[in-house]
Structure formats: C-alpha cells, structure tokens
Design a binder for this molecule. Structure first.
Ligand code: HEC
Length: 141
C-alpha cells in the first residue's frame, strides 16, 4: 500500500484558487442523483441562516447571544454549551444533534421539545432546513 506523503515538511503552502466565471454561466453543481452538491447547499444555507443570526452565533468560542453558540452543533449533546442557560426542557432532552434531530427541531422547535425557550426561528421549508443544516455541518472547525 502506498503511504501518502501529504503533510510532509516540504509540502508547498496551499495556494488560494480563484475561479473566474463569465456572468450568467454559474450553475448549481449537482450530484449524480440530482441532489444539490453539499458545498452549494452550505452556501445556500448561509443565506437561509440569516433568520437564525438574530439569536445565534457560529464563530468558534464566540459568546452566546439570545440562543447558544451553534459552532460544531452537529454531533453535540443538546444543551451543552458552557455558560449558556438553557430551558430545563432542552437541557433534559437527552438529544444528540444529528441531521434528523436538527431537522425536526428547526421545523417545529416547540413541537420537538415542549417548553423550549426557542420561541421563533421555525423553518417550514424542507429545502431551506437541509441547506441550513449543511451550513451548520460546515461550521465545525
Ligand atoms: C428568537 C431567537 C431565536 C431564533 C431566531 C433561533 N433560535 Fe435557536 N435557540 C434560541 C434559544 C433561546 C435556544 C435555547 C432554547 C432552550 O434552552 O430551550 C435555541 C436553541 C437552539 C438549538 C439547540 C442548541 C444546543 O446547544 O442544544 C439549535 C440547534 C438551534 N437553536 C438552532 C436554530 C436555527 C438553525 C435557527 C434558524 C433556523 C434558530 N435556532 C433560530 C433562540 C433562537
């Protein structure tokens, strides 16, 4: 088996790639099954996340605002941001935030966790939720 030499001390610095495209030629890259490419989804999700931004930050280490910091939320135990005061309902929910759990919560926070303090920000459109979740998944380092 060939061991990759990536990461050796002599590897060149990564060069920033600038992609120039003619106006109007941009198109959504899709996977072979026709679903949107996850990078494009994350980009769409950044725009859709605007409705969450009034209450949530995603920058690593940033202080929580109205809601808890959502950096690295995927795979995180619900109610576990240090220094943030959660509702008892959310803190005691025993949820680990998978894509499916996030989808259900964002669709209907109160329906998913009765008594949560997240009283706004529900997103009824499934495509928007998928994009937001892809964006959140990308906010992990
Ligand atoms: C009006 C303010 C507000 C908006 C808008 C809002 N949230 Fe929240 N969110 C909260 C609050 C407050 C909590 C804490 C709820 C609790 O303790 O019960 C929360 C909690 C969460 C949690 C649980 C995090 C954890 O650490 O367990 C997730 C995930 C979440 N919000 C995602 C979103 C997303 C995605 C959006 C946008 C679609 C959004 N929120 C919009 C206020 C908001």
């Amino acid at each position: 088996m060939l061991i990759s030499s990536c990461g050796s001390a002599t590897a060149p610095e990564p060069v920033e790639q600038i992609i120039v495209s003619e106006p109007g030629t941009e198109k959504l890259v899709t996977n072979s099954d026709g679903s949107a490419n996850s990078q494009d989804l994350a980009a769409a999700g950044e725009a859709a996340f605007a409705i969450c931004k009034g209450c949530h930050v995603v920058e690593p280490g940033a202080a929580s605002t109205v809601g808890p910091n959502l950096h690295n939320v995927l795979g995180r135990k619900a109610g576990s941001v240090e220094g943030y005061t959660y509702s008892e309902a959310l803190a005691g929910s025993d949820i680990v935030w998978s894509e499916a759990e996030l989808d259900a919560f964002i669709a209907d926070p109160q329906g998913k966790i009765a008594g949560t303090n997240m009283v706004a920000g529900a997103v009824s459109d499934a495509d928007s939720r998928a994009a937001i979740i892809a964006y959140l998944a990308a906010q992990s380092n």
